[in-house]
Design a protein around this ligand. Structure first.
Ligand code: C5P
Length: 233
């Protein structure tokens, strides 16, 4: 039995009323949510507080911070007081940025775990070569995961296809995996813009700590049956 607590429902493509309607409809079954840049830029910290106050859900704030150490650590300080359990930042910001973030988190957001984004799943090997001139992407992922460990952040965001690299390194990092579709959606090739997808059960079998699922739940014909599907894994 898999707890829905491990599934962070991505609250994208919705306004405030639609978010509350979804959470009401789940009758307390959705217990973890992801709020990204779209909603945060629109509604700000008030939305984070409102969602928490109304539903007492675990909140993953996916801001993917990426700037110089001073700016990122001050941005973390500005989140002080928010009821968030996870926050993202880009691993490619480098060790100094990551360490400054951990230090600021410890004082301003002690309850919040930091997750490092390795390479955006929208970038393929060709993009990686054209941006950084790197042809061995596996080595790049390894370096980034090692950096996360060195900086002592709690985990990484990665595609379920990178879980194997993470497992081999055995660093004790948590993994938060987007790019999830139900098996019938994969069979029907209705995976939308996500190219490299895996089902919830395969991703969990491959060692994912938590999953991020958006449209497969928020736009499900029957939310209840999809939730049951997860709970029976
Ligand atoms: O609707 P869907 O399940 O594709 O939503 C996935 C969520 O995970 C979106 O909010 C997307 O921005 C996010 N995400 C992703 N790939 C990453 C990091 C985050 O799809 N590498």
């Amino acid at each position: 039995m898999t707890s829905m607590k491990r599934v962070f429902v991505a609250l994208d493509n919705m306004d405030k009323a639609q978010i509350f309607s979804l959470l009401d409809k789940s009758k307390g079954k959705i217990t973890s949510v992801k709020i990204g840049l779209e909603l945060f830029n629109l509604y700000g910290r008030e939305l984070v507080k409102e969602v928490y106050d109304r539903y007492k859900v675990e909140i993953f704030l996916d801001l993917k911070l990426h700037d110089i150490p001073n700016t990122v650590s001050k941005a973390i300080r500005s989140l002080k007081g928010l009821p968030i359990s996870y926050l993202t930042l880009h691993l490619s910001g480098g060790i100094e940025m990551l360490k400054a973030s951990v230090e600021m988190r410890n004082t301003s957001l002690p309850q919040c775990k930091l997750l490092g984004v390795s390479i955006l799943t929208s970038l393929n090997d060709q993009d990686i070569e054209s941006i950084w001139g790197i042809t061995n992407s596996k080595e790049l992922y390894k370096n980034l995961f090692l950096l996360a460990k060195k900086a002592e952040i709690e985990g990484v965001v990665c595609s379920p296809y990178e879980l194997e690299i993470l497992k081999d390194l055995d660093l004790g990092l948590e993994s938060m995996c987007p790019g999830i579709r139900f098996q019938d959606e994969i069979n029907d090739k209705s995976t939308g813009d996500q190219k490299r997808v895996l089902s919830p059960s395969s991703a969990l079998e491959n060692g994912a700590t938590n999953l991020v699922i958006g449209r497969s739940l928020t736009q499900a014909v029957s939310l209840e049956s999809r939730i049951k599907e997860i709970e029976t894994i």
